[in-house]
Design a protein around this ligand. Structure first.
Ligand SMILES: Cc1cc2nc3c(=O)[nH]c(=O)nc-3n(C[C@H](O)[C@H](O)[C@H](O)COP(=O)(O)O)c2cc1C
Length: 220
C-alpha cells in the first residue's frame, strides 16, 4: 500500500513556504494599501460684510488640488472693495448675496464631478443676473506626451449647454495616489505612472492660475 504520510521535514518545509507567501503577499498589499486621509477643504471668506462687492469662488474636489486652485483664485480676486467667499460647492445654497460666481471642478472620467454639474444646473437661471466663470482641473494637461488641450476643453460642454461662462480656465492638477479613496483607482493610477503617462506630484501652474484670475476682474 502506498504511504501517503508526509515526513515532519516535508511538513515544516511546505508550511514554511505557505506562511512566507502569506506574509509577503500581506506586506505587499499593505504597501499598496497606503490610503491617506485628505486634508480638510477650505471654507472661509476674505473681507467683511460692508464691502460693496461679493464674489463666490466655489469648487468640487476629491483630493484637494481643485480646492487649492479655488483658494488662489479667491485670494487673487480679493481687494478692498470685494469680499470673496471660498466655499465647497456642496455648501452653497443661495446665490442672492453675490455679484459674481466662479465655479470649478476636478475631472474624473472626462467629466466635471457630479455635484459641480448639479450646482450649475440648479442655479443656471441666476447666471443671467450675475456673471459666471468656470475652471477645470485635470491630469491630462500634465501629461508627458501629446497636446490634449482641445480634448480637455470639450469636457466643459455639459456646463456650456446650461450656461455660457464669461471665462473658462483649464489647469493641470496634481496626482497624490495615496489620497485616492478607491483601491482599484489607486492601482490604475500606479500603473499609469509606471507606464510613463504622467508623474505623481503637484503640476499646478500657480502663475497661470493667478494670471487667469487677474483677468477675471474685467468680466466679473
Ligand atoms: C478616479 C479618478 C479619475 C480621474 N479621471 C481623470 C480623467 O478622466 N482625465 C484627467 O485628465 N484627469 C483625471 N483624473 C485626475 C484628476 O482630475 C486630477 O488628479 C485632479 O487634480 C484632482 O483634483 P482634486 O484633487 O481636486 O480631486 C482622475 C482622478 C481620479 C482620482
Amino acid at each position: 500500500m502506498k504511504d501517503n504520510s508526509i515526513t515532519r521535514r516535508k511538513f515544516l518545509k511546505t508550511s514554511g513556504v505557505v506562511i512566507s507567501s502569506v506574509v509577503l503577499a500581506g506586506s505587499g498589499l499593505t504597501l499598496l494599501d497606503d490610503h491617506e486621509p485628505v486634508d480638510p477643504f477650505p471654507i472661509y471668506s476674505i473681507g467683511d460684510q460692508n464691502m460693496s462687492k461679493r464674489i463666490l469662488v466655489t469648487y468640487a474636489s476629491r483630493t484637494g488640488s481643485t480646492a487649492g486652485v479655488a483658494e488662489v483664485i479667491g485670494q487673487t480676486l480679493s481687494n478692498p472693495e470685494t469680499r470673496v467667499d471660498i466655499f465647497p460647492i456642496t455648501e452653497v445654497k443661495d446665490l442672492s448675496p453675490y455679484n459674481a460666481v466662479v465655479a470649478g471642478s476636478a475631472i474624473q472620467g472626462g467629466e466635471w464631478l457630479p455635484e459641480a454639474l448639479d450646482f450649475v444646473r440648479e442655479h443656471r437661471s441666476e447666471f443671467s443676473r450675475i456673471p459666471f466663470a468656470a475652471f477645470t482641473v485635470c491630469m491630462t494637461l500634465a501629461m508627458k506626451k501629446g497636446d490634449y488641450g482641445d480634448q480637455v476643453k470639450t469636457w466643459l460642454n455639459p456646463v456650456r449647454t446650461l450656461v455660457k461662462p464669461a471665462r473658462e480656465g483649464f489647469f493641470a492638477g496634481s496626482l497624490d495616489i495615496a489620497k485616492i479613496p478607491s483601491f482599484a483607482d489607486r492601482m490604475k493610477f500606479r500603473l499609469s505612472v509606471m507606464a510613463g503617462v504622467w508623474s505623481e506630484g503637484d503640476h499646478r501652474d500657480w502663475h497661470a492660475i493667478r494670471t487667469w484670475a487677474e483677468d477675471l476682474n474685467s468680466v466679473l
